[in-house]
Design a protein around this ligand. Structure first.
Ligand code: CO8
Length: 257
């Protein structure tokens, strides 16, 4: 698996996956997401692995879905491709997953972190759902999971105005469970993963399933609608302008159509 878009290893009973596209701040393209799902499913099937640790590098967990992949995508194209199903596959992993987040966790990157069961952040972590800046909306559960984690008003500010949270703000809002200095955050997350890995795998799976059920069926209903609306957003001229403006490094000119 190493040498592609991710790095994978096992440390005792903890399976470790690193997102590894540093030149684009670990932007999540289809290849990376497919490799990530394969690695996590392999850990799921491996009885030696009892907990999974997912992380990026110090600069970025992931700065979102790879915007280059959407350059010429139409609403029907994105509907048919159903790209965000790869995020759902991560959600279906039954073993506990700890995310260690440093630097950017934006858009699809923030959604990926929120799908994990626990987020340990470095002091430099920044969380946001800035899809609105490219006239799109989150499509991998962000509108639902962020609102469930931090409450309506803060979630609305992040989703509608593009506000980003610092690590301390994310801790205060309940989005992350602990914050550590940047030199220590991976070690801290590994400590949490190892504590979990020492418990009964059977009880872990049952406990995770029960906690996740507390969000259902609202979560599934909400994510279904979110996904359809995200597909629809690809039909707007504003969405194309948002994307062009990002790569031309200029402010977008939205016309409301
Ligand atoms: N996709 C592709 N490339 C990216 C992405 C991305 N999401 N984010 C950063 N990059 C690339 C940049 O283009 C740049 O490449 P290059 O060196 O070739 O110009 C490189 O990474 C470094 O980025 P910056 O120079 O911009 O670094 P800064 O430190 O100045 O800024 C930021 C860092 C603030 C993180 C900035 O890069 C940024 O705003 N990135 C985009 C964040 C974003 O909007 N994420 C959400 C994406 S959308 C999503 O995740 C859900 C998909 C929904 C549909 C999308 C429809 C369009």
């Amino acid at each position: 698996m190493n040498g592609g878009e991710i790095l994978v290893c096992a440390e005792g009973a903890v399976g470790r996956v690193q997102l590894n596209r540093p030149t684009v701040l670990n932007a999540l393209n289809s290849q990376l997401m497919a490799e990530l799902v394969r690695a996590m499913e392999a850990f799921q099937a491996d009885p030696e692995i009892r907990c999974i640790l997912l992380h990026g590098d110090e600069k970025a967990f992931a700065a979102g879905a790879d915007l280059k992949e959407f350059a010429d995508t139409t609403a029907i194209g994105i509907y048919l491709k159903d790209f965000t199903d790869l995020w759902d596959a991560v959600y279906r992993i039954r073993k506990p997953v700890v995310a260690a987040v440093s630097g950017w966790a934006l858009g699809g990157g923030c959604e990926l972190a929120m799908i994990c069961d626990i987020i340990v952040a470095s002091e430099t972590a920044r969380f946001g759902l800035p899809e609105i800046n490219v006239a799109a909306i989150p499509g991998a559960g962000g509108t639902q999971r962020l609102t469930m984690a931090v409450g309506k008003s803060l979630a609305m500010e992040m989703i509608l105005a593009g506000r980003r949270l610092t690590a301390q703000e994310a801790l205060a809002a309940g989005l992350v469970s602990r914050v550590a200095p940047v030199e220590m955050y991976l070690e801290e997350a590994m400590k949490v993963a190892q504590q979990i890995a020492a418990k009964s795998p059977v009880a872990l799976q049952m406990a995770k399933e029960a906690v996740l059920q507390s969000f259902e069926p609202a979560l599934s209903n909400g994510t279904r609608l979110e996904r359809h609306l995200m597909h629809l957003s690809f039909a707007s001229e504003d969405r194309k302008e948002g994307q062009r403006a990002f790569f031309e490094k200029r402010p977008p000119l939205f016309k409301g159509r």
